[in-house]
Structures are given as C-alpha cells and as structure tokens.
Write a protein that binds this ligand. Structure first.
Ligand SMILES: [Zn+2]
Length: 73
C-alpha cells in the first residue's frame, strides 16, 4: 500500500504537501520560488531594463538631432 502522489515538506511549517504545490495549504506560504524556477521574474526584469535603456538611448538620439538642427542655422 503506497501513495502515488509525490509529496514534499513545506520549508516553512514542515507539513507534508503536494510536490507541485505553489502554495502551502497549511500555512499558505508562497512556494513558487522554492521550486527552483526563478528565471521567470528575472527575465521580466531584464526585459524591462532593456526597454528602459532603449528608451533612454532613443531619447538621447532625438535630443541630439534637435540640438544639431537648432545649432546648424
Ligand atoms: Zn507550510
């Protein structure tokens, strides 16, 4: 007699929970980061930073073009 379900222990309250659970049913702790799949948030942060840098560079180029047009006359 064995249980087919995979289980693990909650790192916070040490109760047995489903291995694929992202939230502990006993203490309601968020386990999504404890499962070892961290890149999701990091990637979105990276995308945001890249977009920010692109915006800054684009603004700088536009400002430079305006400056050159004004000083050219
Ligand atoms: Zn827990």
């Amino acid at each position: 007699m064995s249980l087919a379900k995979e289980t693990k222990r909650c790192p916070f309250c040490k109760e047995v929970i489903n291995a694929t659970a992202v939230r502990c049913k006993h203490c309601h702790a968020d386990l999504s980061e404890a499962t070892g799949k961290k890149p999701t948030r990091f990637n979105s942060l990276n995308t945001f930073r890249n977009g920010f840098i692109t915006g800054v560079v684009f603004s700088a180029i536009v400002a430079l073009l305006i400056y050159l047009q004004c000083s050219g006359q």
